[in-house]
Design a protein. Structure first.
Length: 488
């Protein structure tokens, strides 16, 4: 296996509101929002919940593309500073240009800020910078927008006092003709040039232990070989992909990993492609990238993704993080189980494949040297019916109480085959083999789904938690089966 062949940096660099900065040592290992506020004095970025659940800390992350930058809002409270390496970060202070940062504001507001003022879109103002960031990203390169589009864009921004009507009105009444595109405010060429030198270097940052804090060691490889090699040498390292799970643990639960392996620079690990009858999801593909690609391939999954977290979370959270975390309410797992998807891991001994069902049954576990590389999802065939459900307390920006996937093959009114998977009814997502066996060969009529609901009722043994009681979850399983049957 190839060892570290390339060059290595002991720092990260990125552009912040048009200015190139270098970050070294412990500062690179913390979360972006406190870094912006404490180290850079950019206090426009607010921290309210500190765990990705309100959008007050939204900033624009510009990831380099062939021709410029793709700017997306993300939650900076759970986004590690090191993950900004090679990017352009724009905070609310920088929205009107680099010369307006640092107290030299001439009082000129952007059309989004004007709309928020004119529509009385702020009271205490705590959520306002995040909302301005989100609306700026939303209106970039967009000519027309409906109220529904604005609402969807703002799903990740909570406001506790103004009420949403004036904010949505502001979003609708932005004078888009007056909006200067971000590429005009920050012409991409000099930024891309500035990021060029050292762009292909791996990053290794060692922070020695001191009186107050533990020693830490970060590695950001450039190739899978480097990643595996380092993982073999550091089997206890915490892997960070999009960081939305690890970031919460670091931001609010006090996790301070001694060793961190960031996958941020593994090129091609974010592919979302169709290969013959399979959908291939790269481990590092964000849920936004998946949603953009799967609409034409598996529309049912694309629809489910509109209910997945918030736009900010989908812009950071990745496929691998959702699967490896294997939370009972990971929204991808029922879909992957019903489609009998396979996971491809790579490690010291090469690549191996395992079905999602076997992975979950194993613990879920993988070898210490392994990383999840990609997911291969057999696509539903013509004549098969795929339905996905997510039940949560709020329609938008809420975790599932129970989620379900059904993949039905029926012919001449008879069930030839059915795959049923649920999340939120056991410590891990699971298939219901007894219910599936009961349904096989049965006629497709409303009575059969009621009977199947009884079988499922006896097959599962859900848990109670703060989100829902055991009884509620059990009832949801039965009702979702009946709903699936009724909507066929
Ligand atoms: C407020 C909030 C709302 C959320 N809403 C939803 C929701 O509606 N639905 C939902 O399903 N989830 C939700 N999530 C959970 C989370 O955002 C997702 O699970 C996301 O996909 C995690 O991906 P990540 O890249 O951010 O994971 P990370 O935090 O980077 O990693 C998560 C885990 O996976 C491991 N890991 C990551 N990549 C690899 C790899 N390639 N190989 C091996 N191990 C790896 C990490 O070591 C870590 O243990 C929410 C989270 C928050 C904070
Ligand atoms: S502070 Fe609430 S999402 Fe970051
Ligand atoms: S204006 Fe106070 S939280 Fe939105």
């Amino acid at each position: 296996m190839k060892r570290f062949a390339g060059l290595m940096r002991d720092h990260i660099f990125f552009f912040l509101n048009g200015q190139k900065i270098q970050v070294r040592g412990r500062e690179a290992l913390g979360m972006l929002a406190p870094f912006l506020r404490r180290e850079r004095g950019l206090t426009g970025t607010k921290i309210a919940c500190a765990h990705g659940a309100c959008g007050s800390c939204s900033i624009l992350l510009g990831r380099p593309t062939q021709s410029g930058f793709n700017y997306q809002p993300i939650n900076s409270c759970i986004f590690p500073v090191f993950a900004c390496d090679g990017a352009h970060v724009i905070t609310v202070e920088g929205l009107n240009g680099p010369d307006k940062v640092g107290g030299q504001d001439d009082g000129v507001l952007s059309p989004v800020q004007c709309a928020m003022v004119d529509c009385h879109g702020a009271q205490c103002g705590f959520c306002t910078p995040g909302i301005v960031i989100t609306l700026t990203a939303f209106h970039e390169n967009r000519v027309q927008s409906s109220a529904e589009d604005v609402k969807a864009a703002l799903e990740g921004n909570l406001c506790r006092c103004t009420g949403y009507s004036p904010i949505i009105e502001a979003g609708m009444s932005v004078e888009t003709a007056d909006l200067r595109p971000l590429t005009q405010i920050y012409p991409p060429e000099p930024l891309l040039d500035g990021l060029n030198a050292g762009a292909s270097d791996a990053v290794e940052i060692r922070v020695p232990e001191d009186e107050l804090e533990i020693g830490q060691h970060l590695f950001v490889p450039r190739s899978p070989e480097e990643a595996i090699c380092w993982k073999v040498a550091h089997p206890e390292a915490i892997v960070v992909s999009g960081g939305t799970e690890v970031g919460v643990a670091m931001s609010v639960k006090g996790l301070a990993p001694r060793e961190i392996l960031s996958l941020a620079h593994l090129e091609d690990w974010d592919e979302v492609t169709r290969e013959n009858d399979e959908l291939v999801l790269g481990a590092r593909a964000t849920w936004t990238q998946v949603a953009e690609q799967v609409g034409a391939i598996v529309p049912e999954f694309a629809t489910l993704l509109t209910r997945w977290g918030s736009p900010q979370l989908r812009n950071a959270g990745t496929v691998a993080g959702n699967i490896i975390r294997a939370a009972p309410i990971s929204d991808s797992l029922p879909f992957l189980l019903a489609c009998e998807a396979e996971l491809e891991f790579i490690g010291e001994l090469g690549a191996r494949r395992v079905t999602v069902a076997d992975f979950l049954e194993s613990g879920p576990t993988m070898r210490p040297d392994e990383l999840l590389r990609r997911v291969l999802v057999p696509l539903p065939k013509e004549g098969q019916t795929l339905r996905l459900f997510k039940v949560s307390k709020r329609r938008a920006f809420d975790r599932s109480i129970v989620s379900a996937a059904f993949l039905l093959t029926a012919s001449d009114g008879v069930i030839e085959d059915i795959k049923i998977a649920f999340g939120g009814v056991a410590p891990l997502a699971l298939r219901l083999p007894q219910t599936e066996a009961f349904l096989q060969g049965k006629p497709v009529n409303s009575a059969i789904w009621r009977e199947a609901a009884t079988v499922a009722y006896n097959e599962i043994s859900p848990y109670s938690d703060a989100a829902a009681s055991r009884e509620h979850r059990t009832r949801l399983v039965a009702n979702l089966l009946r709903k699936f049957g009724a909507e066929l």
